[in-house]
Design a binder for this molecule. Structure first.
Ligand code: TYD
Length: 208
């Protein structure tokens, strides 16, 4: 059985990941590809409990504690969900993965990339997604969208300058890993964003 592909979606809050996730699943279903849809932090029973803590607005924590909890949830996620699915030949689509730690804990909270790289190596060894779609939007647009949709969580209540740093860190990673991370301009019509996503998925799909 050929291993499945691992696709991750990234972006600041309000970048439109959820809408595009649904579109990706539709594209894969049309190509007859079975996929597991999951998210971080979360995806396992333990991970979802850690997510509650991490997103709880009444919780305060040190930036390093935050990073360690993100990676603890990730270790469990890899072990229980991501790796078994890939081994069975299923595709895995994860709403966020390690790039989010570099962007939010690294860029946003100012944690050094060297420490994060140690955790990355510890938790996932050499495993990287086959494709990461980074949905890029200006911070004010992302914030407008988040406030329209729902109650804000612990990250979404951060100020604009936090998200500017998160966005810069994402863009920096997209430049450093151009083979894996593809930047999608989300400041355009839904139709155009979907077309861009469809185009970027093509090279991964089986061709006869
Ligand atoms: P998000 O994915 O935006 O979920 P929803 O669409 O339900 O709001 O929420 C997860 C939050 O967790 C998001 O604000 C980014 C943050 N996060 C990190 O700070 N570091 C990480 O490593 C991950 C995976 C997420």
């Amino acid at each position: 059985m050929t291993p499945g592909k691992f696709i991750t979606l990234e972006g600041i809050d309000g970048a439109g990941k959820s809408t595009q996730l649904a579109w990706i699943v539709e594209c894969l279903q049309r190509a007859d590809i079975a996929c597991v849809v999951t998210r971080e932090p979360g995806g396992t029973e333990l991970g979802e409990r850690l997510r509650e803590i991490l997103l709880d607005k009444s919780m305060t924590m040190n930036a390093e504690t935050e990073a360690l909890l993100m990676f603890a949830a990730r270790r469990e996620h890899l072990d229980k969900v991501i790796l078994p699915a890939l081994k069975q030949g299923q595709w895995v689509i994860s709403d966020r993965f390690t790039d989010a730690s570099f962007a939010y804990q690294g860029g946003g909270r100012g944690l050094g990339p060297d420490k994060l790289a140690v955790l990355e190596q510890w938790v996932q060894g050499g495993l990287q997604p086959d494709l990461t779609l980074y949905f890029d939007v200006p911070v004010d647009l992302g914030q407008q969208r988040v406030r329209q949709i729902k109650d804000t969580d612990r990250f979404e209540t951060e100020r604009a300058d936090f998200f500017e740093r998160v966005r810069l860190a994402y863009r920096d990673r997209a430049r450093r890993f151009p083979q894996r991370i593809k930047l999608v301009d989300s400041n355009q019509s839904l139709h155009d964003v979907k077309s861009a996503v469809t185009r970027l998925l093509q090279p991964l799909l089986p061709h006869d």
